[in-house]
Design a protein around this ligand. Structure first.
Ligand code: ZN
Length: 248
Protein backbone atom coordinates (compact mmCIF):
# COMPACT_ATOMS: atom_id res chain seq x y z
CA UNK A 1 0.00 0.00 0.00
CA UNK A 2 2.78 2.41 1.00
CA UNK A 3 4.71 1.61 -2.19
CA UNK A 4 1.60 2.25 -4.26
CA UNK A 5 1.21 5.70 -2.69
CA UNK A 6 4.89 6.49 -3.27
CA UNK A 7 4.58 5.43 -6.94
CA UNK A 8 1.57 7.73 -7.28
CA UNK A 9 3.55 10.62 -5.78
CA UNK A 10 6.45 9.96 -8.15
CA UNK A 11 3.99 10.14 -11.00
CA UNK A 12 2.60 13.47 -9.74
CA UNK A 13 6.10 14.90 -9.38
CA UNK A 14 7.28 13.77 -12.81
CA UNK A 15 4.16 15.38 -14.32
CA UNK A 16 4.95 18.55 -12.41
CA UNK A 17 8.52 18.60 -13.75
CA UNK A 18 7.30 18.01 -17.32
CA UNK A 19 4.74 20.76 -17.03
CA UNK A 20 7.41 23.14 -15.78
CA UNK A 21 9.70 22.31 -18.69
CA UNK A 22 6.93 22.94 -21.23
CA UNK A 23 6.14 26.24 -19.56
CA UNK A 24 9.75 27.38 -19.63
CA UNK A 25 10.46 26.21 -23.18
CA UNK A 26 7.50 28.26 -24.33
CA UNK A 27 9.13 31.33 -22.85
CA UNK A 28 12.71 30.59 -23.85
CA UNK A 29 12.69 33.33 -26.44
CA UNK A 30 12.80 35.80 -23.59
CA UNK A 31 15.43 35.24 -20.91
CA UNK A 32 14.06 33.07 -18.16
CA UNK A 33 14.26 35.18 -15.03
CA UNK A 34 12.30 34.45 -11.89
CA UNK A 35 11.78 36.24 -8.59
CA UNK A 36 11.07 33.81 -5.74
CA UNK A 37 9.31 34.72 -2.49
CA UNK A 38 11.61 33.20 0.13
CA UNK A 39 10.60 33.05 3.79
CA UNK A 40 13.28 30.57 4.82
CA UNK A 41 10.72 27.80 5.49
CA UNK A 42 10.50 24.40 3.80
CA UNK A 43 8.03 25.34 1.03
CA UNK A 44 9.76 28.45 -0.26
CA UNK A 45 13.19 26.81 -0.03
CA UNK A 46 12.02 23.80 -2.08
CA UNK A 47 10.56 26.29 -4.56
CA UNK A 48 13.86 28.16 -4.76
CA UNK A 49 15.76 24.92 -5.43
CA UNK A 50 13.19 23.90 -8.06
CA UNK A 51 13.54 27.29 -9.77
CA UNK A 52 17.32 26.90 -9.78
CA UNK A 53 16.79 23.71 -11.83
CA UNK A 54 14.54 25.37 -14.37
CA UNK A 55 15.34 29.07 -14.73
CA UNK A 56 18.48 30.87 -15.91
CA UNK A 57 18.45 33.78 -13.47
CA UNK A 58 16.95 33.30 -10.03
CA UNK A 59 16.30 36.27 -7.75
CA UNK A 60 14.93 35.92 -4.21
CA UNK A 61 12.88 38.31 -2.12
CA UNK A 62 12.06 38.22 1.60
CA UNK A 63 9.82 40.48 3.64
CA UNK A 64 10.12 42.10 7.01
CA UNK A 65 6.45 42.82 7.75
CA UNK A 66 6.52 43.07 11.51
CA UNK A 67 6.30 39.32 12.08
CA UNK A 68 7.25 38.01 15.53
CA UNK A 69 9.42 35.45 13.80
CA UNK A 70 11.56 37.88 11.82
CA UNK A 71 14.47 35.64 12.78
CA UNK A 72 13.36 33.74 9.65
CA UNK A 73 15.10 36.46 7.60
CA UNK A 74 18.46 35.28 8.94
CA UNK A 75 17.70 31.79 7.60
CA UNK A 76 16.40 33.17 4.29
CA UNK A 77 19.64 35.13 3.80
CA UNK A 78 21.73 32.03 4.42
CA UNK A 79 19.63 29.90 2.05
CA UNK A 80 19.76 32.56 -0.69
CA UNK A 81 23.53 32.63 -0.32
CA UNK A 82 23.83 28.84 -0.46
CA UNK A 83 21.60 28.71 -3.55
CA UNK A 84 23.78 31.38 -5.15
CA UNK A 85 20.86 33.56 -6.26
CA UNK A 86 21.53 36.50 -8.54
CA UNK A 87 20.24 38.95 -5.94
CA UNK A 88 18.42 38.64 -2.63
CA UNK A 89 16.13 41.59 -2.03
CA UNK A 90 14.75 42.31 1.46
CA UNK A 91 11.77 44.61 1.69
CA UNK A 92 10.17 46.22 4.75
CA UNK A 93 6.37 46.38 4.77
CA UNK A 94 5.48 48.88 7.49
CA UNK A 95 1.69 48.92 7.52
CA UNK A 96 1.25 45.60 9.33
CA UNK A 97 2.51 47.37 12.45
CA UNK A 98 -0.91 49.12 12.46
CA UNK A 99 -2.71 45.78 12.65
CA UNK A 100 -2.73 43.49 15.64
CA UNK A 101 -5.37 40.79 15.16
CA UNK A 102 -2.95 38.23 13.81
CA UNK A 103 -0.87 36.48 16.49
CA UNK A 104 1.94 36.38 13.94
CA UNK A 105 2.41 40.14 14.14
CA UNK A 106 4.59 41.82 16.74
CA UNK A 107 1.63 43.50 18.48
CA UNK A 108 -0.70 40.51 18.14
CA UNK A 109 -1.73 38.08 20.84
CA UNK A 110 0.29 35.01 21.78
CA UNK A 111 0.86 32.43 19.03
CA UNK A 112 -1.66 29.62 19.61
CA UNK A 113 -0.56 26.04 20.08
CA UNK A 114 -1.74 23.68 17.33
CA UNK A 115 -3.92 24.46 14.33
CA UNK A 116 -6.61 26.90 15.50
CA UNK A 117 -9.38 28.12 13.19
CA UNK A 118 -11.59 31.19 13.67
CA UNK A 119 -14.69 31.16 11.43
CA UNK A 120 -12.96 28.76 9.01
CA UNK A 121 -9.86 30.93 8.70
CA UNK A 122 -6.61 30.03 10.50
CA UNK A 123 -6.10 32.17 13.62
CA UNK A 124 -2.59 33.00 12.38
CA UNK A 125 -3.82 34.52 9.10
CA UNK A 126 -2.14 37.84 8.27
CA UNK A 127 -4.62 39.96 6.27
CA UNK A 128 -3.83 39.75 2.55
CA UNK A 129 -0.16 39.08 3.14
CA UNK A 130 0.35 37.34 -0.20
CA UNK A 131 -1.42 40.20 -1.95
CA UNK A 132 1.06 42.65 -0.40
CA UNK A 133 4.00 40.36 -1.25
CA UNK A 134 2.95 39.75 -4.86
CA UNK A 135 2.15 43.38 -5.56
CA UNK A 136 5.66 44.35 -4.41
CA UNK A 137 7.11 41.48 -6.45
CA UNK A 138 5.11 42.72 -9.46
CA UNK A 139 6.66 46.20 -9.11
CA UNK A 140 10.15 44.68 -9.06
CA UNK A 141 9.36 42.47 -12.06
CA UNK A 142 8.17 45.56 -13.91
CA UNK A 143 11.42 47.39 -13.19
CA UNK A 144 13.81 44.43 -13.72
CA UNK A 145 11.99 42.92 -16.73
CA UNK A 146 11.28 39.64 -14.94
CA UNK A 147 8.66 37.35 -16.46
CA UNK A 148 8.03 34.96 -13.58
CA UNK A 149 7.13 35.45 -9.94
CA UNK A 150 7.27 32.33 -7.77
CA UNK A 151 5.32 31.63 -4.61
CA UNK A 152 5.26 28.40 -2.62
CA UNK A 153 1.56 28.16 -1.72
CA UNK A 154 0.31 24.57 -1.61
CA UNK A 155 -2.89 22.62 -1.00
CA UNK A 156 -2.27 22.30 2.77
CA UNK A 157 -2.34 26.14 2.87
CA UNK A 158 -5.83 26.14 1.38
CA UNK A 159 -7.63 27.48 4.51
CA UNK A 160 -5.73 30.78 4.03
CA UNK A 161 -7.80 32.90 1.59
CA UNK A 162 -4.74 34.30 -0.21
CA UNK A 163 -3.20 30.87 -0.80
CA UNK A 164 -5.97 29.61 -3.07
CA UNK A 165 -5.80 29.12 -6.85
CA UNK A 166 -8.52 31.72 -7.47
CA UNK A 167 -6.45 34.37 -5.70
CA UNK A 168 -3.30 33.50 -7.66
CA UNK A 169 -5.22 33.69 -10.97
CA UNK A 170 -6.79 37.04 -10.04
CA UNK A 171 -3.44 38.44 -8.86
CA UNK A 172 -1.71 37.43 -12.08
CA UNK A 173 -4.41 39.21 -14.07
CA UNK A 174 -4.06 42.33 -11.88
CA UNK A 175 -0.26 42.41 -12.21
CA UNK A 176 -0.41 42.09 -16.00
CA UNK A 177 -3.03 44.78 -16.35
CA UNK A 178 -0.97 47.14 -14.13
CA UNK A 179 2.42 46.54 -15.74
CA UNK A 180 4.19 49.05 -17.97
CA UNK A 181 6.71 46.29 -18.82
CA UNK A 182 3.88 44.12 -20.16
CA UNK A 183 2.45 47.05 -22.11
CA UNK A 184 5.82 47.91 -23.66
CA UNK A 185 7.11 44.41 -24.43
CA UNK A 186 3.85 42.46 -24.94
CA UNK A 187 5.37 39.75 -22.70
CA UNK A 188 3.30 38.48 -19.83
CA UNK A 189 4.28 38.17 -16.18
CA UNK A 190 3.40 34.70 -14.88
CA UNK A 191 2.86 33.68 -11.30
CA UNK A 192 4.63 30.35 -10.94
CA UNK A 193 2.86 28.49 -8.13
CA UNK A 194 3.68 24.88 -8.95
CA UNK A 195 2.69 23.51 -5.54
CA UNK A 196 -0.97 24.58 -5.67
CA UNK A 197 -2.10 20.99 -6.22
CA UNK A 198 0.41 19.40 -3.84
CA UNK A 199 0.26 18.78 -0.11
CA UNK A 200 3.06 19.95 2.17
CA UNK A 201 4.26 16.33 2.42
CA UNK A 202 4.53 16.14 -1.39
CA UNK A 203 6.45 19.44 -1.41
CA UNK A 204 8.87 18.01 1.17
CA UNK A 205 9.26 14.87 -0.95
CA UNK A 206 10.18 17.03 -3.94
CA UNK A 207 12.67 18.86 -1.70
CA UNK A 208 14.32 15.58 -0.81
CA UNK A 209 14.75 14.82 -4.53
CA UNK A 210 16.30 18.27 -5.00
CA UNK A 211 18.69 17.84 -2.04
CA UNK A 212 17.23 20.80 -0.19
CA UNK A 213 19.17 21.49 3.04
CA UNK A 214 16.16 21.17 5.37
CA UNK A 215 18.38 21.77 8.39
CA UNK A 216 18.91 25.35 7.16
CA UNK A 217 15.18 26.09 6.96
CA UNK A 218 13.08 27.72 9.69
CA UNK A 219 9.40 28.49 10.08
CA UNK A 220 8.32 28.69 13.75
CA UNK A 221 5.65 31.40 14.26
CA UNK A 222 6.87 32.03 17.79
CA UNK A 223 10.28 32.99 16.46
CA UNK A 224 12.22 31.08 19.09
CA UNK A 225 15.49 29.26 18.57
CA UNK A 226 15.16 26.33 18.76
CA UNK A 227 11.59 26.37 17.33
CA UNK A 228 8.72 26.00 19.83
CA UNK A 229 7.51 22.69 18.37
CA UNK A 230 3.90 23.55 19.32
CA UNK A 231 2.65 26.16 16.83
CA UNK A 232 0.76 25.22 13.65
CA UNK A 233 3.75 25.55 11.36
CA UNK A 234 6.06 23.60 13.68
CA UNK A 235 3.50 20.77 13.75
CA UNK A 236 3.03 20.73 9.96
CA UNK A 237 6.77 20.91 9.39
CA UNK A 238 7.42 17.96 11.67
CA UNK A 239 4.64 15.96 9.99
CA UNK A 240 6.06 16.63 6.50
CA UNK A 241 9.67 15.87 7.42
CA UNK A 242 8.66 12.72 9.31
CA UNK A 243 6.72 11.52 6.25
CA UNK A 244 9.85 11.69 4.10
CA UNK A 245 12.04 10.04 6.73
CA UNK A 246 13.96 13.18 7.66
CA UNK A 247 14.76 13.56 11.35
CA UNK A 248 15.24 17.09 12.67
ZN1 ZN B 1 6.71 26.94 16.51
Amino acid sequence: MVNKVLDMMDDILSKLFNLNRILINKNKESESKILVALSGGIDSTVLLYLCKEIFDDVYAISFNYGQKHNVELKYAKEIAKMANVKEHIIVDIPHYALLNQSPLLAHGSEVPEGIVMVDNVPAVNVPMRNLAFLSIMGSIADEYGINFLAIGVHATDNPFPDCRPEFITAMEAAINSASAYVQKTKNRIHIFAPFLGLSKIEVAKLGKELNVPFEKTYSCYAGTEPPCGKCATCIQREEALKAIGYHQ
